[in-house]
Design a protein around this ligand. Structure first.
Ligand SMILES: [Zn+2]
Length: 323
């Protein structure tokens, strides 16, 4: 009996460990920005669809924390290391410029968000329905002039200025080097949830940015192209809208609780439930391209096998005491 408890405890431990370690990819493809040597030329040509959001080109000296798709870990790919407690990928390109630098709309559109937002200081999002894109401008100045949400903009309209180091998401104690965090994504902000790794204002995310609709900004701008029907956006699943992390955490909690109850009450057929949970979670993880998720269905099948074994086993008759 005690060895069974040991196995069950080990099972729960393994489930919890896989929950922590297998949810997100370890690496993503990352790319340096395409050199926009003719940014001013592009900006002044009104026949073009897109322009760079700053007056100058993003030459190498002006790159900051992250290229598109890099992780926050210190690797030779990153201009400056920027460490978070957990691995995340950069869904944009960063351009270092002085505070007060004007920032312009990259294309015609409507401002769908303009407000304070966490580590961004002031954030502006612009929907570009003609291309099925939206653009993201982070670390703007809350104290300087800026456009309000709902404003129609044309390509090249001034929308805001870069913020000072203590108002752009940084503080007096922890100033943040003034820079523009510039993102472009397929779809409109209404297509995405407001929370989680798919959130419409995502900057550093745990999923590969290119897998959730983020595009490399300098590539889109230099291409000056809109595919027929606009840029195709990834399908945002029901689980994502619900809050994928929350859902998976609930699955594990329920699975763990059933494990304990099944063991306590000696109703081990209940093990079928956590077994199924592990199999389903494994299939979902696999479907989402999560590394090392193959182990989950295997664990699930093992638990199922134990559950089935106990379900079909007849109760052992108690030995009769003969006096
Ligand atoms: Zn950034």
């Amino acid at each position: 009996m005690s060895s069974l408890r040991l196995w069950i405890s080990l099972g729960i431990l393994v489930l919890l460990l896989t929950a922590c370690s297998t949810q997100y990819p370890e690496t993503c493809p990352s790319s340096t920005p395409v050199g926009l040597t003719n940014a001013n030329e592009i900006a002044s040509d009104d026949s073009l669809l897109f322009r760079f959001p700053l007056d100058e080109s993003p030459i190498d000296d002006n790159l900051y924390f992250g290229w598109f798709g890099v992780s926050n870990e210190c690797t030779p790919d990153i201009v400056e290391c920027y460490e978070f407690p957990e691995r995340k990928f950069h869904a944009a390109e960063d351009y270092k410029r002085p505070a007060g630098t004007p920032v312009y709309a990259m294309a015609d559109g409507i401002i769908s968000y303009s407000g304070r937002a966490g580590g961004y200081g002031w954030l502006i999002l612009i929907d570009h329905p003609q291309a099925n894109l939206y653009s993201l401008y982070g670390h703007l100045s809350p104290s300087r002039w800026k456009l309000k949400a709902g404003t129609d903009v044309e390509r090249g309209d001034l929308i805001a200025y870069l913020g000072d180091a203590d108002e752009n998401g940084g503080s007096k104690e922890q100033p943040l080097v003034p820079h523009l965090h510039f993102g472009i994504r397929a779809g409109q902000i209404a297509d995405y949830p407001s929370r989680g790794e798919w959130r419409y204002m995502g900057g550093w995310i745990k999923l590969c940015p290119q897998n959730v609709g983020w595009l490399q900004p300098s590539v889109i701008i230099t291409s000056q192209e809109i595919p027929a029907g606009g840029y195709p956006q990834p399908k945002v699943g029901f689980l994502t809208r619900l809050g994928f992390d929350l859902f998976i955490a609930s699955l594990y909690t329920v699975g763990g609780a059933v494990f304990i109850v099944a063991n306590r009450k000696k109703t081990r057929f209940l093990l079928l439930i956590p077994g199924l949970v592990a199999v389903v979670a494994g299939i979902i993880f696999n479907h989402r391209g999560v590394t090392r998720s193959n182990i989950l269905p295997v664990i699930g099948i093992l638990i199922l096998a134990v559950g089935i074994y106990y379900s079909i086993q007849r109760p052992t008759p108690k030995p009769q005491n003969r006096s």
